[in-house]
Design a protein around this ligand. Structure first.
Ligand code: ZN
Length: 378
């Protein structure tokens, strides 16, 4: 009998194990059921627009399951997309008050809340949260706060933020924004010196060099104009159409036209049609008409452009009195065609315009608009 009992011991142990396991499983199932029920209850309240009760139910669940934060963020994003900003704000605000929130979840939640505020037009509240994030070195907050300061035209606030946290500004697009904040502030306060600070940024930007060159040119300080514009044209040759005629003038004023021609030769390999036209003009001045025609024809075969074609018509007309008037008429048509084409285009979003904007009105990026490229461009 005792032996039989011994034999039954493993069976009893196995039974106990299975029962215990089932009981733990049952407890987990019960907890899950409770969560699902609270969740459904909360969602039902929300869908019925009884927001306070609905959110309260959902937030209570956070303590039970802290890893469900993602679901709340998704829910809030859904509300924001539907234009229900008050609900999105409520969820983000309640989440921010949860002590169980991890610091990374806290930061992403704060960023989302700031974006809700921007969309709701509550810019001061958005700024408050973004400033906290930047102070915590949360790089993801840079784009929205730069957009915010651009929208509010708060150039000095943007500059102070950069000067206090310059280590965060490692991307070219962020440096471009800061450079433009310096330039805008300098133009508003009439303190061009402020632009010089923008020249010391990690990434070379366009506008401070362009503006400083322009300011010097207007004051007939040709040495300084050459200093800034030469730096710009060597490093960002595609910007040449913005100032190349004035740069040439500065060289001429200082009796340094030869140096300008040398500079153009240096830029030929990376410059556009305007640089090639300047090179042709230099050849013409030296009496090398045929060489200019050959150079331009050859480059047009490789890279056709309407502006290059127009200049070729002028070259051919000047050399042939019989067909000069006909070529002049054709060139007039070509020139009027060019005039209808936008001179500037955004490389980020494709927005095109006859006017140069430093901040793209369409995609809100700084310095993404430049002289247009391609057949009708530069
Ligand atoms: Zn754009």
């Amino acid at each position: 009998m005792t032996e039989l009992l011994f034999l039954l011991l493993p069976v009893a142990a196995a039974y106990g194990y299975v029962m215990g396991k089932n009981s733990a499983k049952n407890q987990a199932l019960e907890l899950n059921r409770q969560i699902t029920s609270q969740y459904s209850k909360g969602l039902k309240f929300l869908l019925d627009r009884e927001e306070d009760q609905g959110l309260e139910h959902l937030i209570q669940l956070l303590e039970v399951s802290a890893d469900s934060v993602e679901h709340y963020l998704t829910l809030a994003t859904l509300f924001r997309k539907r234009g229900e900003l008050d609900r999105a704000i409520k969820i983000h605000e309640l989440l921010l008050n949860q002590p169980s929130l991890s610091s990374s979840n806290m930061a992403s939640c704060r960023l989302e809340l700031a974006q809700d505020y921007v969309l709701a037009g509550l810019l001061d509240s958005a700024e408050e949260h973004l400033v906290i994030l930047v102070k915590d070195s949360y790089v993801e907050a840079l784009d929205p706060i730069i957009n915010l300061y651009s929208q509010m035209r708060e150039w000095h606030k943007g500059i102070s933020m950069f000067e206090a946290h310059s280590e965060l500004f490692t991307k070219a697009q962020h440096c471009a924004a800061v450079a433009n904040f310096y330039c805008e502030a300098a133009l508003v306060d009439n303190t061009p010196k402020l632009m010089e600070k923008a020249c010391a940024l990690d990434h070379m930007t366009i506008r401070p060099y362009y503006e400083l060159g322009k300011e010097a040119f207007e004051k007939q300080d040709h040495v300084k104009a050459i200093y800034y514009w030469r730096k710009l044209v060597v490093s960002k040759t595609n910007t040449a159409p913005l100032y190349i005629k004035e740069l040439e003038q500065s060289y001429i004023q200082l009796n340094l036209k030869d140096q300008f021609d040398e500079l153009i030769e240096e830029l030929l390999c990376k410059g556009g049609v305007l640089i090639r036209i300047k090179h042709c003009q230099a050849l013409l001045e030296k009496g090398n008409h045929q060489q200019a025609v050959e150079f331009l024809t050859d480059s047009l075969k490789r890279e056709p452009t309407i502006r290059g074609f127009s200049f070729l018509l002028q070259l051919l007309g000047n050399n042939n009195a019989k067909i000069k008037s006909a070529l002049i008429e054709i060139d007039k048509l070509v020139t009027s065609y060019i005039a209808t084409k936008p001179e500037y285009q955004c490389k980020q979003c494709g927005f095109s315009s006859h006017k140069l904007y430093w901040l793209c009105p369409s995609c809100k990026h700084w310095e993404t608009i430049g002289p247009s490229k391609g057949l009708d461009g530069y």
